[in-house]
Design a protein around this ligand. Structure first.
Ligand code: MN
Length: 141
């Protein structure tokens, strides 16, 4: 597994794109950016991310519709998708889960906690790519 997990950020707002990418890159992630569902599909044909951060509100096909589409495609169905939603309203979580998202992160993002929130959705082997530690049982001499 890559030591710099790849995250695809699907977000139409340029300021949010740059902020999200800079926070993630500072934390050691590699970031692909897409501004809409068409660009997202192009990025996904190029390489497969460990996780997709999916803005719910996109021009054209919205983020939940794109999530549903990706979850029905065997090539992308196993990628973890986390919604980015500006609406912290009751029912939003259910909508994102019903579409196939693993969860959601509210916008605006908290730059101090965001990378940790993202990492929590990754398998430990991907989220914590530290070198393998010597087993404690073997070092107790
Ligand atoms: Mn948007």
């Amino acid at each position: 597994m890559s030591s710099q997990p790849l995250i695809l950020v699907v977000e139409d707002n340029e300021v949010n794109q740059l902020l999200t990418a800079s926070v993630l890159e500072r934390e050691g992630f590699t970031v692909d950016l897409a501004g809409d569902s068409t660009q997202a599909m192009e990025r996904l044909r190029e390489r497969t991310p460990e996780l997709i951060l999916m803005d719910v509100q996109l021009p054209g096909m919205d983020g939940l519709a794109l999530t549903r589409q990706l979850k029905t495609d065997p090539a992308t169905a196993r990628i973890t998708i986390v919604a980015l939603t500006a609406h912290a309203m009751t029912g939003d979580r259910e909508q994102t889960l019903a579409a196939g998202c693993a969860g959601y992160i509210s916008k605006p993002i908290n730059t101090r906690t965001f990378a940790g929130e993202v990492r929590a959705f990754l398998p430990r082997s991907v989220a914590d790519p530290a070198p393998v530690r010597t087993d404690a049982r073997l070092t107790g001499t």
